[in-house]
Write a protein that binds this ligand. Structure first.
Ligand code: NI
Length: 143
């Protein structure tokens, strides 16, 4: 088995807020990130698939196909969006880097690894979301 990773970037706004808490508690825990108009990040999404190279093409997965899947399933939903206000899965879930990675995994897992006409295909192995070059969250599915 070998893993193959593709990277893409998107820009989005967010803020951190827990509706169960008071204004003071939100400001205490989240600091500037609690400012309700939000702030932006240039995120990097890394998607890793795992499988065996096809004996004919040498590909684990067609990289153009993977690019299109990432574009359609994640970037089209997240890029140039206010995540809290415009993306359904973050209406009640705080769009931290961790939660964005889990949500991107959920979106991609519905498409990657499903196969076409019963053919064996690469499996989704890992999703990383970088909020800055220094900070990323990684999700491999499961608990
Ligand atoms: Ni932020």
């Amino acid at each position: 088995m070998i893993e193959l990773t593709r990277r893409a970037t998107f820009s989005a706004s967010h803020f951190y807020w827990n509706e169960e808490w008071t204004v003071e508690k939100n400001e205490q825990v989240f600091g500037r990130c609690a400012r309700r108009n939000g702030h932006g990040h240039n995120y990097t999404l890394e998607v890793t698939v795992a499988g065996e190279p096809d004996p004919v093409t040498g590909f684990v997965v067609d990289l153009k196909w993977l690019k299109d899947v990432m574009e359609r399933e994640v970037l089209d939903a997240y890029d140039h969006r206010h995540l809290n206000m415009e993306v359904a899965e973050f209406a009640k879930v705080i769009p931290t880097t961790e939660n964005i990675a889990i949500a991107a995994w959920t979106r991609l897992a519905g498409v990657i690894g499903q196969g076409v006409n019963g053919t064996a295909v690469a499996q989704l192995s890992r999703v990383r979301v970088y909020e800055t070059p220094e900070i990323f969250a990684e999700y491999r599915g499961g608990q």
